[in-house]
Write a protein that binds this ligand. Structure first.
Ligand code: HEM
Length: 408
C-alpha cells in the first residue's frame, strides 16, 4: 500500500501481526458478532423495495452492500457501519484498489506511480473506480473515529482488557480500535501503517466475501432444486435454536453448497502466492531461485478429475456425500491440497470462519423469507473484465426475489 507502508519494501510487520489478531479475537469470539450481523441482514432485507412482494436486485451490488455493512461492523463498529457516506467510500475504494493494482501490474516499474495516480483519479468512467476521492472520505472518518478513541482512552477506556479477555465484553471489539491503540498506546506502528492495513483489510474482508456470496446467490437463483432441501435444513435448525456459530455449523447442506460454489467460482485462478526469500529445492528436484514468485493453480486443481469426480458438474451436496463416504476435509473452512479457495499453510485465510458464518446467515435469512429466481437473461457469473488470474463478477447479473407468504 504505497504511501502507508515503509518505503524500503518488504512485508510490513503490521501485516504479519493482523492474521494472528484475527484468529485470536475475531475468529475465537465469532459468536459476539452474530447478533449484530443478524440484525443488519434482517434490516437490509426489510429495506428491499418490494412491489406486490417482489423485486429484482443486482446480484453483486446486493451481496457487496450487505457484506460491506457487516464487514464494517467488525472493522470500524456499528455507527460507521450505518454511515452511507463511509460505506460508499469503502466499497468504491476497494473496487478502485483492484482496478489500479491490476493496471499497474501491466506497466513497467518506472511508470507504475504515474499510471496508478491517473487510474485512481478516474472519475469520468465510473465513480466506483475513484480511489482518490473515496480514500479522502475514508481518511476523514478514520481520523474522526481515532479522535473519539483518544477521548475514551483518556478517560480510562482502553480495549487492552478486552484484547486479553474478549469474552468479558458485551460488544465485540472494533478491529480499527485494536490497531489504533497498538499505534497510540503501545507505539508498535505508525498511524500511516494502521491506515494502510485498514485499507487492505477492507479488501481482504469485504470484496472476497461479497464475491463468494454473489456466486452462491447467483447459483441458487439458477438451481431451484436446491432451495427446498436447504430451506428444510435451515428451518429445522432455526426452529430449535437462535442464530449462532453452532447453528451455522449444523447447516451442513448449506456448507457444502457454499464450498461447491467456491470450488467452481473462486475469486482468483491462482492461490497461495509466495515469494522465495532464499533458494528452495522442491521434492521433484526443481530449484526456485531467491526472489521467485510462485502460486498454486487452484482453479485448475478444483476442476481436475484427479481431485474430483465429474469435476465440471455442479453438485451442491458433493461435500456432504464425500463426508458420508468417509472423506475428510469436507467443511467449507477446511484446507486441503485439492481445495485452495482460502489458500494453504501458515498464511491461509484467518477470516474464513467469519466469511463462512456471514454467508450462511445471509443465505439462511434469504432462503427462509424469499423465493429466489433468475432476474436476468444472462447466467454468466464472470464479467468480461476478468484479467490476469482474477475473475471479475458480472455486474449486470440480477436475481428475482419474491417474499414467501408462509413467513409473513
Ligand atoms: C470468502 C471469503 C474469503 C476468501 C475467498 C479469502 C481468501 C483468502 C486467500 C486465498 C488468502 C491467501 C492465503 C494464502 O496465501 O495461503 C487470504 C488471506 C487473508 N485473508 Fe482472506 N478470504 C476471505 C475472507 C476473509 C475475511 C472475512 C477476512 C477478515 C476477517 C480475511 C482476512 C485475510 C487476511 C488478513 C489474510 C492474510 C493472511 C496472511 O498473510 O497470513 N479474509 N484470504
Amino acid at each position: 500500500m504505497p504511501g502507508y507502508f515503509p518505503k524500503d519494501g518488504g512485508w510490513p510487520t503490521i501485516a504479519k501481526t493482523t492474521p494472528g489478531l484475527i484468529r485470536g479475537t475475531v475468529t475465537k469470539h465469532l459468536d459476539l458478532y452474530v447478533p449484530s450481523m443478524d440484525k443488519t441482514i434482517l434490516a437490509q432485507l426489510e429495506a428491499l423495495e418490494l412491489q406486490d412482494g417482489e423485486c429484482v436486485v443486482n446480484c453483486f451490488d446486493f451481496a457487496y452492500s450487505i457484506v460491506a455493512r457487516i464487514g464494517s461492523l467488525a472493522l470500524v463498529g456499528p455507527r460507521l457501519a450505518q454511515d452511507e457516506e463511509y460505506l460508499k467510500a469503502a466499497k468504491d475504494h476497494i473496487l478502485g484498489m483492484i482496478v489500479t493494482a491490476r493496471v499497474q501490474f501491466l506497466v513497467p516499474n518506472f511508470l507504475k506511480r504515474y499510471i496508478g495516480g491517473i487510474i485512481s483519479r478516474l472519475t469520468s468512467w465510473s465513480m466506483r473506480w475513484n480511489m482518490h476521492s473515496s480514500r479522502k472520505v475514508l481518511l476523514k472518518h478514520f481520523d474522526a473515529r481515532g479522535a473519539e478513541y483518544d477521548k475514551d482512552i483518556a478517560s480510562g477506556g482502553s480495549v487492552e482488557d478486552k484484547q486479553s479477555n474478549p469474552t468479558s465484553a458485551a460488544e465485540p471489539v472494533e478491529f480499527f480500535r485494536w490497531l489504533y491503540e497498538s499505534c497510540t498506546i503501545r507505539h508498535r506502528w505508525s498511524y500511516a501503517e494502521v491506515i494502510g492495513e485498514m485499507l487492505l483489510l477492507q479488501f481482504a474482508f469485504i470484496y472476497t466475501t461479497a464475491y463468494g456470496l454473489y456466486g452462491a446467490l447467483a447459483e441458487l437463483a439458477q438451481r431451484p432444486e436446491y432451495i427446498e432441501p436447504l430451506r428444510e435444513e435451515i428451518e429445522s435448525i432455526l426452529a430449535e435454536t437462535e442464530s449462532s456459530v453452532a447453528a451455522c455449523d449444523r447447516m451442513v447442506r448449506l456448507d457444502s453448497f457454499l464450498k461447491e460454489c467456491q470450488r467452481l467460482h473462486p475469486p482468483s485462478a491462482v492461490s497461495a502466492h509466495r515469494v522465495c526469500l532464499e533458494p528452495l529445492e522442491l521434492s521433484n528436484g526443481t530449484v526456485l531461485k531467491a526472489g521467485s514468485h510462485v502460486g498454486v493453480p487452484s482453479c485448475w486443481i478444483h476442476r481436475s478429475s484427479k481431485s474430483y469426480v465429474d469435476p465440471e458438474l455442479f453438485d451442491g451436496f458433493r461435500f456432504v456425500k464425500r463426508a458420508a463416504a468417509g472423506g475428510t476435509n469436507n467443511r467449507f473452512t477446511d484446507l486441503s491440497p485439492d481445495y485452495l479457495v482460502f489458500g494453504m499453510g501458515v498464511h491461509a485465510c484467518p477470516g474464513r470462519w467469519m466469511a463462512s458464518v456471514l454467508m450462511k446467515l445471509v443465505l439462511a435469512h434469504l432462503i427462509m423469507h424469499f423465493d429466489i429466481m433468475p432476474g436476468s437473461a444472462s447466467a454468466r457469473l464472470t464479467g468480461s473484465l476478468s484479467f490476469e488470474e482474477f475473475f471479475v463478477p458480472n455486474f449486470g447479473l440480477k436475481v428475482h426475489l419474491r417474499r414467501r407468504k408462509k413467513v409473513e
